[in-house]
Ligand binder design. Sequence first.
Ligand code: RP5
Length: 165
Amino acid sequence: MGKKVAIVMGSDSDLEIMKKCAKKLDSFGIEWEMRIMSAHRTPKEACDFASNAKANGFGTIVAAAGKAAHLAGVLAAHTTLPVIGVPIKSSTLDGLDALLSTVQMPSGVPVATVAIDGAENAAILSAQILGVYEEDIAKKLDTMKEDMTNAVIAKDKKLQAEGIQ
Ligand code: RP5
């Protein structure tokens, strides 16, 4: 059986963004589990989850949080699984606070950080990690890239044919 992806978020207020991650994983046929756990409000639950994630069949952890976003880093401290951080735009600082809190990890504890609200890219990066060993996922990634290329070529052709309106 393939590895699952854990989608962990600091609050239910992050859910609307993180649904996009789950939907993208569905498109690759990757199983996921979603949890609300906070580095600050439920630190014990978060640490226990990360400590047991590998044994529980997860291959990557996607961790989303806003403001002083310590969730991804705390999870990464408790596992050797790849942790992908999604900084959430949930404050007056437009997510820049969460971006810096997530990306600026000390040496030895990496968090692969995607863009602010970059939930879909977190799913794609998870697929790329799992796809190293799972050929069916790798094929779906190839198809996704081809579709993307064709879509841009089609847009360029339309622009060349029609010009600006
Ligand atoms: C973070 O604080 C959460 O990840 C969320 O983005 C932000 C606000 O949380 P709530 O006050 O909406 O629960 O921990």
